[in-house]
Design a protein around this ligand. Sequence first.
Ligand code: NAP
Length: 273
Amino acid sequence: MILDGKAVSNKILEKLKDKIEKFSIKPHLVVILVGDDPASKIYVKNKKAAAEKVGIRSSILELNSSISEEELLGKIKDLNRDPDVTGILVQLPLPSHIDKNKVVETISPKKDVDGFTPENVGRLVIGLEPYFYPATPQGIIMLLDEYGIQLEGADALVIGRSNIVGKPMAQMLLRRNATVTQAHSYTKSLEDKIKTADIVVSAVGKKIVRCKMVNKNSVIIDVGIFRDANGKLTGDVDFDLISPEVKYITPVPGGVGPMTIASLMYNASKVYH
Ligand code: NAP
């Protein structure tokens, strides 16, 4: 069965729109874009369009790639103090002279819609409620919940350990009482681990989950998105071979991608004072 991220995302966004319509003060998301990386420009434009669709005010703060780190941190501090701004998102990557960690640390945890600040990550790990959960793992949990997939007691394998997907995904599954294995490029016998897991979340960026590795009860979540040798958008999972063999699977595109947008908009609708 295909886990239809597009349909679930649309449903969430519709509900969110109805909810935001009733807000007396509309949330205001500021997206900071440093430099003119074409891919980043598209991502930022898409985020703004998604926000506007659900009634979230959004602004793009475009900054020259020559901006100093200090100046950028100053702009973020101004936005932290601005009561009219409820969410701040810094589009990555940043120019090499700017320390990404310093930038993330500077964002107020109560406006950190990406859920990347040390306070939000720390709260996630120690079992406190973060102000925001990172969008992609949160979107995946929303999708699994929508289809009633049991997480409690499930053997979950997360392939990848990035700060934006792999690590928070593992923590969120752990919070839901799954038994989590975190795999990465040094992991031995990955095939066996994939075969015995109830839930596999693959966040690598190359073809990693192939036929014969899965079992008929597997739930396969494909986070990866990249272009193959023919320029076609694809994921980490060999979808054509694997989809008939497993219980649930997400397609690429149309799976985790739209859920990330819905989840980000859910975050951007939150207002803390
Ligand atoms: P990343 O930072 O590049 O991390 C990739 C991870 O994969 C690393 O932890 C790496 O291990 C691991 N890895 C590499 N080769 C491996 C192998 N042979 N076996 C097991 N693990 C291996 O990537 P990311 O930012 O998490 O993104 C991963 C993919 O998801 C990319 O395709 C990205 O475009 C996509 N993505 C999609 C969405 C969405 O909304 N659909 C959102 C975010 C990301 P090491 O740590 O040992 O190097």
